[in-house]
Design a protein around this ligand. Structure first.
Ligand code: ZN
Length: 204
């Protein structure tokens, strides 16, 4: 599969993405299941959609993507239908965790990275990992979105922290912080980053 090349660094929010957690929430890892994903704009209008099917039958683990793209210049439509391999790792507490295996090839080298999220950058043809598409997590609109966005994120993190706090029963397991505790620490980090950012914006 061909890669896609970017001159400037795009951010993850410019892209359509499909995550393992989304598929898990939709109960896709249950043998075979097909469905779809619809993206809507802030007015609730559909802006794009794809068909997905997931097979976890008899070790034949894959996600099948089906969608049509429209060429911005010519208006010509191209249909895509391909499978992305899924792999598994064992969870500490039993069961397995699924991962996508990035199907892209960059500079003639097959990627094959194990990732939890696949992206389709604007204008790109295939879903692939953020390394292949050279995506950054930083929002280029951060200053444009301004304080409201930052405050909203801080408030959201604060809510999540409170919620997690009430859920945590064990803080360590075998001397290491539990999954929930690790998540809490990440959120706290995010919140203090958000707070310092909003203070900075306030001063501007
Ligand atoms: Zn990749």
């Amino acid at each position: 599969m061909g890669g896609y090349y970017w001159g400037e660094k795009d951010t993850v929010e410019d892209c359509r993405s499909v995550s393992i957690s989304f598929l898990k929430k939709g109960d896709y890892f249950c043998g075979y299941r097909s469905g779809g994903i619809v993206w809507k704009n802030s007015y609730g209008e559909e802006i794009s959609s794809i068909g997905v099917a997931v097979s976890t039958m008899d070790g034949d683990n894959y996600v099948q993507f089906q969608y049509t793209t429209t060429d911005r210049n010519t208006g010509g439509k191209t249909e895509y239908d391909y499978k992305v391999r899924l792999t598994t790792t064992r969870c500490n507490f039993g069961g397995v965790r699924y991962w996508f295996v990035c199907p892209l090839t960059k500079d003639g080298v097959y990627c094959g990275r194990r990732v939890a999220k696949l992206y389709k950058a604007p204008g790109a043809h295939y879903y692939g990992c953020r390394h292949c598409y050279n995506l950054s997590y930083e929002s280029r609109n951060e200053t444009r979105t301004g304080r409201i966005g930052v405050f909203r994120n801080v408030m959201k993190a604060e809510r999540q922290i409170k919620e997690l706090h009430s859920q945590i029963k064990r803080w360590t397991y075998k001397g290491r912080p539990t999954k929930k505790v690790r998540k809490l620490l990440t959120l706290q980090e995010k919140m203090s980053y958000g707070l310092s950012l909003s203070n900075m914006l306030l001063r501007q």
